[in-house]
Ligand binder design. Sequence first.
Ligand SMILES: Cc1cc2nc3c(=O)[nH]c(=O)nc-3n(C[C@H](O)[C@H](O)[C@H](O)COP(=O)(O)O)c2cc1C
Length: 380
Amino acid sequence: MVRLFEPLTIRGVTIPNRVVIPPMDMYCAEDGHATDFHRTHYGKFAFGGAGLVFVEATGVTRTGRITNGCMGIYYDSHVDALRPITAQIRAMGFRSCLQLAHGGRKASTQRAWQGNGPLTQENLDAGDERWQPLAPSAVPFTDGWEMPKEMDRTDMDEVRDAFVTGAHRAMDAGFDMVEIHMAHGYLLQSFLTPIANRRTDDYGGSLENRMRYPLEIARAVRAALPDDVPLFTRISATDWIDGGWEPEDSVVLAKALKEAGVDVVDCSSGGNMLHGATNSNLTRGPAYQAHFAKLLREETGIMTQAVGLIRTPELAEQLLAEGQADLIAIGRQALFDPYWAHHAAEKLGVTDWDTWPAPYAWWLSKWKRGLGSMDEEPLV
Ligand SMILES: Cc1cc2nc3c(=O)[nH]c(=O)nc-3n(C[C@H](O)[C@H](O)[C@H](O)COP(=O)(O)O)c2cc1C
């Protein structure tokens, strides 16, 4: 029995195997719209064999986009641009999930390949817009970054309603499920972590207060989704910074998310320090975040998704066998090898080739049985 290729049913949706393509921002949308680039990019994963394909961080408001190139779901026209992507994934028998996001104080920044920092005059000259980000407190991400506006109740209501509208639009676009982005230093995680949240009202101070707004969003999104639609939430299980958000806080949060109707916690980490920061206790290595997925799964009984430097099929299978997680996300390695899941099936001895598209499966199975070779003239 190969666990990586067992289906998983969550509410009314069956994911055909445990391999997940996690959300990966491509930074090349046009005013939030998916383009031919995205249709080709995600179409590749529709063919790739992963049971569940995430579509990247998608801003619920225009100013909630992290960069000018981020995908959005703040216009009805975004739905039309996304529909072909979900249709491609469904046509191949796989499932899709949209990550609903708000960039918070890390919004209005450069695309990753431009440096991920504050926008420069050169970026503005090239057509990028700049805006004041929203955050729990008027504390910039770091020196030289935009000073965010401290959100008042009106801002909080507007953003909550935008998450709800985003969830409705995601359903219209054909997604099988949605994920709330509550990680990586963006808006909702910046409410959670004391590093960014300095509020003195009901939304700051104690852990319970810091969790209040993110949980309001989780409950509102849950209520907006049909009962048979799964809801994921990505969290940063730790800030990796002394005095920041800790794994024990994540246990409390995961329990509360479960009560709010979240089905799966997608366990990432970090996002509040710059690369190479000296105040961080992070060390990376294979599956370096998976023990957080295990902790939350064991302590709260919620399903978890492990992510982060999981590159080989053997490691992915081992994490499932050890009960560390229910789903395994393969990010950068799948950019390098979009057929990762098919190759993993082969490596782990899964003998049926059903997950390949039929026209490929026919040829490949013949080839595998030694009945065909690359030299043979195709008989078509
Ligand atoms: C190009 C790129 C874009 C990413 N964009 C997002 C994103 O939109 N939302 C998110 O939660 N994480 C994002 N991530 C993080 C990935 O989802 C994943 O957690 C990370 O790459 C670690 O997994 P890996 O080691 O398998 O790549 C991104 C990563 C990459 C490489």
